[in-house]
Design a binder for this molecule. Structure first.
Ligand code: SAM
Length: 281
């Protein structure tokens, strides 16, 4: 039986299986084992629970996770050509790699494998934000369903996830992510490291679910408030929140917020207070 270390080089696998990258599937493959190893190591101890990898592609990161000692990797892939190409890695994994064919947007992440669960992925950029939002919903339903997530996004999205109030990248994604998780931008990866190279720089982000959210709120309501506030981010909140609160200026005053404030001046607790007010109205 082939050992992991003796698997053919990824470029050979790609050529043999005709894995011409498909733009519609956000395929930019990472073939450098130093970089995939760095991503795998960012997840910490891999020897317990299950590691969920979204979009393994030809399997560079998958190999690194297995080589770093992952007990159980569940790789969810939509492209049947990649699943075929990954068969050889599965055979070399000693039963540690499970391949799941399907659309990651439809997979209930909290039911896969065993806790502690980690998600480690070089995400398809076209669906990266909806995927993250769906995992935030899973954490909101069950805070212990995920131990951490090590995810690669376009740098611009990574900056939005991690931005503090007042920063130009601070927005809806910052509030929703940081309300539930500690977030950290770990490192950047230049376009040239990928095959084919994307147009933009990528960044790896770590999200660790908090023991408790930063403040009381319902996620669906927080989504509504942040969508209204940041949907018209240049406007003052007394204007942009009018659709949700006809008496927006008064509500802001009641909560001790300036009615002339703009969305980027509010911190996460402020948005939660607005969401609670909307829930109670
Ligand atoms: N992990 C590989 C790497 O680092 O080289 C590939 C990363 S590539 C950016 C994204 C991968 O996600 C592709 O393999 C693509 O086929 C897969 N993918 C795209 N949409 C998907 C979906 N809805 N569900 C599951 N996988 C998907």
């Amino acid at each position: 039986m082939t050992e992991l270390r003796d698997l053919p080089p990824l470029r050979e696998v790609i050529a043999r299986h005709g894995l011409a990258a498909r733009k519609s599937l956000g395929q930019n493959f990472l073939l450098d084992p130093n970089l995939t190893g760095r991503i795998a190591r960012s997840a910490g101890d891999l020897s317990t629970g299950s590691i969920i990898e979204i979009g393994p592609g030809p399997g560079g990161l998958t190999r690194s996770l297995l080589l770093a000692g992952a007990r159980h990797v569940i790789a969810v892939e939509k492209d049947l050509r990649c699943l075929e190409a990954l068969e050889e890695t599965r055979c070399a994994s000693n039963g540690r790699l499970e391949l799941l064919s399907g659309d990651a947007l439809k997979v209930p992440i909290d039911t896969l494998g065993q806790a502690p669960r980690k998600i480690v992925a070089n995400l398809p950029y076209n669906i990266a934000t909806p995927l993250l939002i769906s995992w935030l919903h899973a954490i909101d339903r069950s805070p212990h369903c995920l131990e951490n997530m090590i995810l690669m996004f376009q740098k611009e999205v990574a900056q939005r996830i991690t931005a503090p109030p007042g920063n130009k990248a601070y927005g809806r994604l910052s509030v929703l992510s940081q309300w539930l998780c500690e977030t950290e931008l770990l490192f950047d990866i230049a376009p040239g490291a990928f095959t084919p190279p994307p147009k933009v720089t990528s960044s790896v982000v770590r999200l660790i679910p908090r023991e408790k959210p930063r403040a009381e709120a319902h996620l669906e309501v927080l989504e509504k408030v942040t969508a209204a506030a940041f949907g018209q981010r240049r406007k003052m909140l007394r204007q942009s929140l009018k659709g949700l609160f006809p008496n927006a200026a008064e509500v802001l005053g009641d909560l001790g917020l300036k009615e002339t404030a703009r969305a980027e001046e509010l911190d996460i607790e402020d948005f939660c207070a607005l969401a609670q007010r909307l829930s109670n109205d």
